[in-house]
Design a protein around this ligand. Structure first.
Ligand code: UD1
Ligand code: CA
Length: 457
């Protein structure tokens, strides 16, 4: 039978010193709470999912509902502790008989397999409750696991309530547990806030079960990194590093070369083809797809970008745009939202392109601004060409048809069209359409004042 899941995300997260609710702080581009939900779901043994929200709950609800449609939100109006938070699900789970998995929104590094292993262990051992524990070098801040002589769990003591001796314990409570549903709610009713923080602690339900003859397991995980809890920004940065490393390892094992993983920032959910090489200081952000045999970086940011195969891109930013195969971009190019660059193109240095389609084999090699334009295939845009797309009130379109040639330092005052195969002379300010196959010249004629130097002054 599948387990019900309760994720706690109602706490204030005071130690973050933030105006953003802690569950929405991101790790490798994904809010922590969404990361937890994704991992729990991926464990494949989940029935209903309850998310306990409270502090800035509306913001958390809004963000989470955008990402998932099947979450039951439970409001904990006053944050009186983790035990109290779980207790808010009592009514909703009153008819549920089976295993309840509880985890916290601020422990985002658990792998789906770990949840699976916990559920399997809990079932095989026929335990009333099982807690995931970890052996870590510095247990400061975590609840400590106190085991009895029989090896089973005896109790969990919070840092603030621990004796000097208990503080030496390096096995910690990760905050992820399995419970028999009926026993959980039965004994939760007897938990008291009799501790240093005057809170209803969830772990305090465990000794109550034990005192009534039930066995509680402590399942120690192999990779203690998974257990990391995020209470402040230092831990946030550490978790980010771990997650980033994990993502790089996945891509490397799938055939991507990453020159320096510690300086490569790939967010979750990006696709990268085999034999692509990524140079340092590259940011590949959510929603990006990169093809095979590409060379990306150094110093590149791709945000929701779609890159085909064999693309080279260096020192450049691409946002919400696509690039066709064999195209070369950069150094120092900025491709802004809504652009579609074709195959075998060149977008060179100091070029900004916005909301523009560029046909195959076209080149914008240097120092250009091309905005709100439609550029055909086989077009050459000379150095310093700009589209004057904005008159201070509205944006207008520039159309440059196939195989035309725009001379250097041309201003194209939109709306304007340069026909197929047309030429525009260097230095022109084009305010009228240039018909196909014609030459447009729009500049003052040069005047040479002969002997002028001699007569000067
Ligand atoms: C908790 C555990 C500690 C464990 C650690 C693991 C308790 C009492 N302590 O400590 O044993 O080692 O996690 O990271 O459980 N929350 C609510 N409502 C509340 C209080 C908290 O929803 O009233 C949520 C928080 O949003 C957070 C989670 O519960 O996601 C844990 O709360 P937090 O205050 O961070 O507990 P820790 O002190 O880290
Ligand atoms: Ca915590």
């Amino acid at each position: 039978m599948k387990a019900s899941v309760i994720i706690l995300a109602a706490g204030q997260g005071q130690r973050m010193k933030s105006n953003i609710p802690k569950p929405l702080h991101k790790i490798a581009g994904v809010p922590m709470v969404e990361q937890v939900i994704t991992s729990v779901k991926a464990s494949g043994q989940i029935d209903n999912l309850y998310l306990v929200i409270g502090h800035q709950g509306d913001l958390v609800r809004e963000a989470v509902s955008q990402a998932f449609s099947d979450i039951n939100f439970v409001v904990q109006a006053e944050q009186l502790g983790t035990g109290h938070a779980v207790d808010q699900c009592r009514e909703l789970l009153k008819d549920f008989k089976g295993t309840v998995l509880v985890t916290y929104a601020d422990t985002p590094l658990f792998r789906p397999e770990t949840f699976q292993q916990l559920l399997d262990y809990h079932k095989e051992q026929e335990l009333a409750a099982t807690v995931i524990t970890a052996q870590i070098d510095d247990p400061t801040g975590y609840g400590r696991i106190v085991r009895g002589d029989d090896g089973y769990l005896k109790k969990i003591v919070e840092q603030k309530d621990a004796t000097t001796e208990e503080l030496q314990i390096t096995e910690i409570n990760t905050g992820t547990y399995c419970f028999d549903s009926e026993l959980l709610f039965k004994y939760l009713a007897h938990v008291t806030p009799d501790n240093a923080q005057a809170e209803y602690y969830l772990p305090d339900v465990l000794p109550l079960m034990i005192a009534n003859g039930y066995r509680v397991g402590a399942y120690c995980i192999a990779d203690p990194q998974e257990s990391m809890g995020i209470n402040d920004r230092v831990q946030l940065a550490k978790a980010e590093e771990i997650m980033r490393q994990r993502i790089c390892v996945e891509h490397m094992l799938a055939g991507v070369t990453i020159i320096n993983p510690s300086q490569t920032y790939i967010e979750q959910g990006c696709q990268i083809g085999t034999d692509t090489i990524i140079y340092p200081n590259t940011y590949i952000q959510k929603g990006t797809i990169v093809g095979s045999n590409c060379i990306i970086g150094p110093n590149v940011r791709l945000t929701k970008a779609v890159l085909a195969d064999n693309i080279q891109i260096e020192q450049a930013v691409v946002v919400e745009s696509s690039i066709g195969e064999n195209t070369v971009v950069g150094p120092f190019a900025y491709i802004r939202p809504g652009s579609e660059i074709g195959a075998n193109c060149k977008v060179g240095d100091f070029v900004e392109i916005k909301n523009t389609s560029v046909g195959d084999r076209s080149k914008v090699p240097h120092h250009s601004y091309i905005g709100d334009a439609e550029i055909g295939s086989g077009v050459n845009i000379g150095c310093g060409t700009i589209t004057c797309n904005y008159d201070g009130k509205k944006k207008s379109k520039t159309v440059i048809q196939d195989n035309s040639f725009i001379g250097s330092n041309t201003s194209l005052v939109a709306p304007v069209t340069v026909g197929a195969g047309a030429y525009v002379a260097a230095g022109s300010t084009i305010t009228e359409d240039v018909p196909a196959g014609s030459l447009g010249i729009a500049r003052a004629r040069q005047v040479n004042k002969l002997g002028w130097k001699k007569t000067e002054g």
